[in-house]
Write a new protein. Structure first.
Length: 332
C-alpha cells in the first residue's frame, strides 16, 4: 500500500516538474524577494533569510525544500540617510506614528542572490538566481521599484534511488539538465500598503527529462500580491494580504492570509490556500540581528489521507543594521 501511494505521488511530481512549478512557500509575506526581484534592496540593511520546508510530513519521497536568499541596497545615500530618516534605534512600523512620519526612500539600487534546492522523490531541482532592482520615488510617501533576476536551474533524476533503472520508461531520460532562467517584477509600496506583480521562467525552457517533454516546452508563471496595514490602537496592526498564482495548464491558486503584529517584536497569522490547505504561523524578532518564524499547513486536499501537514521554518539575519531596527520597516 505504501509503495502504491508513493508511486501516485511520484507521478504527480513528474507532472509538476514537467510544468516547471517552482517550490511554494507559506511564509511568502516574510520574504517576498523569493517571488519578486523588484523587492531587492528595499530595506536599509543586508537581509539574509535561511528557510526550509517539509511538505506532506510523514510521506516517503514528499517534497523537501531549502533556500538561502540575501538582498541589500547599494546606494550610499540610501544606506547612510535611511529610507525613513528615523533616529537610531528604529521606529515601530506597527504604530500609527510610523505612518504619519513616513517618507518615501530616495532613489536607489538593490541587488540580491537566491539559491533554492528542492527534492521530490527522485527528482531534484536547484536554482541559482541573481537579482537587480531600481527603487524610484513617485510620491512623497510612495516608491515604485522594478527588477529582474537571471540565472540557471538544474534538474536531475537520482537514478541511485530507483529500484529498476533499466525500466523502458526511463530509457530516454538524461541524468540532469541545466537551463537558463529569467524573471521580471514590479513593486509599489508605502508605509501602509504594498502591491506587486512578477513573472518567472520567462524563457520557457523545459526542465523535464524526456524528448516528449522537450517538444511540449516550458511554462511561465505569473504572480500578483498585495497587502494593507490596518492600525489597531497605537502599537498593533492587522495585515491582510493575498497572493494569486497562475501557470499555463495548471489550476489558478489563491493564497489569503491575515497577520496580527504586536509592536515590532511578535506576530501571529493564519491563511488559506485554495483547494489545498489552511495554515497557522508565528514569528518573533529576537534582536536587531536575528528573527525566526514558523508555519504549519493543515492539508485539505486528497493528500490529507496519506500525509500529515507541512512544516516551514525561516531564520532571518539583519546584517549591517546600523539603525538597530528589530522589524522590517517596509516589508511587513
Amino acid at each position: 500500500m505504501r509503495s502504491a501511494a508513493l508511486l501516485i505521488i511520484v507521478c504527480n511530481f513528474a507532472v509538476a516538474l514537467h510544468a516547471q512549478q517552482r517550490p511554494q512557500y507559506t511564509q511568502y509575506l516574510f520574504n517576498n524577494f523569493l517571488i519578486n526581484p523588484a523587492v531587492a534592496g528595499i530595506e536599509r540593511y543586508v537581509d539574509v533569510k535561511l528557510g526550509g520546508r517539509s511538505q506532506w510530513h510523514g510521506v516517503e519521497g514528499a517534497p523537501q525544500t531549502a533556500y538561502l536568499s540575501t538582498h541589500f541596497p547599494v546606494n550610499g545615500r540610501h544606506i547612510q540617510d535611511g529610507a525613513l530618516s528615523f533616529a537610531e534605534g528604529g521606529y515601530n512600523p506597527y504604530s500609527r506614528g510610523f505612518s504619519h512620519r513616513y517618507r518615501a526612500s530616495a532613489p536607489h539600487h538593490g541587488v540580491g542572490i537566491t539559491v533554492q534546492h528542492d527534492r521530490a522523490a527522485q527528482f531534484v531541482r536547484t536554482d541559482a538566481l541573481f537579482a537587480y532592482a531600481y527603487h524610484l520615488r513617485v510620491a512623497e510617501t510612495v516608491n515604485l521599484s522594478v527588477g529582474a533576476n537571471a540565472g540557471f536551474s538544474q534538474v536531475r533524476l537520482d537514478m541511485a534511488g530507483i529500484d529498476n533503472p533499466s525500466d523502458p520508461v526511463l530509457a530516454n531520460y538524461a541524468d540532469s539538465r541545466i537551463s537558463p532562467e529569467l524573471g521580471l517584477g514590479i513593486w509599489l509600496y508605502g508605509a501602509r500598503f504594498f502591491a506587486g506583480a512578477s513573472a518567472q521562467q520567462l524563457l520557457g525552457n523545459p526542465l523535464a527529462f524526456s524528448d516528449y517533454a522537450q517538444r511540449m516546452g516550458g511554462h511561465q508563471q505569473f504572480f500578483f500580491m498585495a497587502g494593507y496595514k490596518l492600525h489597531l490602537g497605537s502599537e498593533m496592526a492587522l495585515v491582510p494580504s493575498v497572493l494569486f498564482k497562475q501557470m499555463a495548464r495548471m489550476p489558478f491558486v489563491g493564497d489569503y492570509n491575515l497577520k496580527l503584529a504586536f509592536r515590532d517584536r511578535l506576530w501571529v497569522g493564519g491563511g488559506y490556500r485554495s483547494h489545498e490547505s489552511f495554515s497557522a504561523m508565528a514569528g518573533f524578532n529576537i534582536s536587531a540581528l536575528f528573527n525566526v518564524s514558523y508555519s504549519y499547513d493543515f492539508s485539505t486536499g486528497p493528500v490529507r489521507t496519506l500525509a500529515h501537514g507541512s512544516h516551514e521554518v525561516v531564520l532571518g539575519f539583519l546584517l549591517n543594521n546600523r539603525y538597530k531596527v528589530y522589524c522590517p520597516q517596509v516589508m511587513f
